[in-house]
Ligand binder design. Structure first.
Ligand SMILES: N=[N+]=NCCCCNC(=O)[C@@H]1[C@H]2[C@H](O)[C@@H](O)[C@H](O)[C@@H](CO)[C@@H]12
Length: 467
């Protein structure tokens, strides 16, 4: 495969700061398979994906990318990319089959093999404790809607910290608690498939308590930096009248995590709204914000696309590109902006807006990592065995240029993890949506570096983006 090079003269490129951390990310349920191998207990995604009608095409994570067996191939691909870190997640039920008490030694053995392989390859393990695959036994006890889960998660964090803390380079307690609470318990598109706003707002709070307990448990068992990963949104009002609505949407997704963690309260804008504010719903007890506000070493940010919002026209009829989202509001797909295979907008400037307008005012000098950014396209392998994913390359270059701009604006972004290393199980979309820098033929499990992977490797090697 011919390597592609770019003009590397200094005035032709955007150089990233020395020591900028380049990475790639995956998650346990999306890549591992081995759903009941070597003592692993069932997760809510094992249950959900085997429930008819929940996942596109009836896909499930029984095999996925078979990384339970092929993690060595994945590490070789990470070396080919030249990345400094790999963001992986731990399957809680692989380590604690019922989520509490008994530890599965073979589960620990698997992650020791992966982590040791990464360290040997000179790749820093960045480990997410929870990336959505809750032990089913805990869901049977109420899951994130049960306040006791904060203690169960703290116990799991302590086990992970003691087992792997000597080799993990950074810990992420939770991946996208907003999706866990609001896609899993409010609209029900994700496991456990519940549609109950009251349980969603309870889960919102319990996830934060669990995060706080995990920070304490990791501090006691590992010297590695600790953070959380939030999927923050940029809501763009298309008219002045829609600005208030955009602010509410940002409070409902961003504020309900940033404010408790960094300001010791829930958003005032949601005061009185018991369906979105855990404070208004009565879940906050004395001492909670001390737990939730445990100081962090960094904030992880996942970002993919902005949203455009407007007011419904007086005649009540949505116009072309508008989707009704409430009694008088619409979401809008603006003409002229590309959309990915997930129907997400491609607007790179929005990640710079996110970092400068939403993140930096809250985090200040705290290091920020882009822990996920990427795009899904209808990839295919050509006759000559290549995947010429030019749209993914354009998305990647555009968003890296915007991240570079945010750094120039003074936002201390210290690293970028591409989502994802591999095409993998894309939750309710199954295997139909490909995000990988590496193409996976799920029939043979063969891995093939896409053209975007080659381009990313060149950017990583140069620590710079050719203009
Ligand atoms: N408009 N729009 N929507 C933007 C994103 C909506 C929320 N979904 C995510 O952020 C998930 C995150 C997850 O960590 C990973 O496990 C998923 O594979 C990726 C790709 O889906 C992203």
């Amino acid at each position: 495969m011919p390597r592609r090079y770019f003009p590397m003269s200094t005035d032709d490129q955007l150089r990233f700061p020395d020591g900028f951390l380049w990475g790639a990310a995956t998650a346990a349920y999306q890549i591992e398979g081995g759903a009941d191998a070597e003592g692993k207990g069932p997760s809510i995604w094992d249950t959900f994906s085997h429930t008819p009608g929940k996942v596109f095409h009836g896909d499930n994570g029984d095999v996925a990318c078979d990384s339970f067996h092929r993690y060595g191939e994945d590490i070789a691909l990470l070396k080919r990319l030249g990345v400094g870190s790999y963001r992986l997640s731990l399957s809680w039920p692989r380590i604690q089959p019922t989520g509490r008490g008994e530890v599965n030694a073979k589960g620990l053995d698997y992650y020791n093999r992966v982590i040791d392989g990464l360290v040997e390859a000179g790749i820093e393990p960045s480990v997410t404790l929870y990336h959505w695959d809750l032990p089913q036994a805990l869901q049977d006890a109420g899951g994130w809607a049960n306040r006791d889960i904060a203690d169960w998660f703290g116990e799991f964090a302590a086990i992970a910290g003691e087992a792997f803390g000597d080799r993990v380079s950074r810990w992420i307690t939770l991946n996208e608690p907003w999706v866990v609470a609001h896609v899993g318990y409010r609209d029900g598109r994700h496991a456990p498939g519940i549609q109950d706003p009251a349980l969603a707002v309870a889960a919102n709070h319990h996830l934060l308590l669990a995060h706080g307990n995990a920070v304490s448990a990791l501090r006691a068992s590992s010297a590695a930096p600790v953070g959380i990963t939030l999927n923050l949104t940029v809501e763009r009002p298309v008219t002045p009248e829609a600005a208030a609505h955009a602010a509410v949407l940002e409070a409902r997704q961003n504020g309900v995590y940033l404010d408790p963690i960094f300001h010791g309260r829930y958003p005032e804008l949601l005061d009185g709204d018991a369906s979105f504010s855990p404070a208004a719903a009565g879940h906050v007890r004395d001492g909670d914000f001390e737990i939730i506000g445990a100081p962090l070493d960094f904030l992880g940010v996942n970002f993919y696309a902005p949203h455009y919002v407007g007011m419904l026209h007086a005649d009540g009829e949505p116009r072309r590109g508008e989707t009704v989202t409430g009694p008088d509001t619409v979401s809008i797909q603006p003409d002229g902006l590309p959309i990915t295979a997930m129907n997400w907008l491609v607007e790179p400037g929005s990640i710079r807006e996110l970092l400068t307008r939403i993140v930096a005012p809250v985090t200040g000098a705290l290091p920020v990592y882009i822990t996920e950014n990427g795009s899904s396209w209808h990839d295919y392998v050509t006759q000559d065995g290549q995947v010429n994913d030019l749209e993914r390359i354009a998305y990647l270059r555009g968003h890296l240029a915007a991240v570079h701009g945010a750094i120039a604006d003074g936002v201390p972004v210290k690293g970028y993890f591409a989502w994802s290393l591999l095409d993998n199980f894309e939750w309710a979309e199954g295997y139909a949506k490909r995000f990988g820098l590496v193409y996976v033929d799920f029939a043979t499990q063969e891995r093939l570096l896409k053209r975007s992977g080659e381009v990313y490797a060149s950017i990583v090697a140069a620590n710079a983006l050719p203009k």
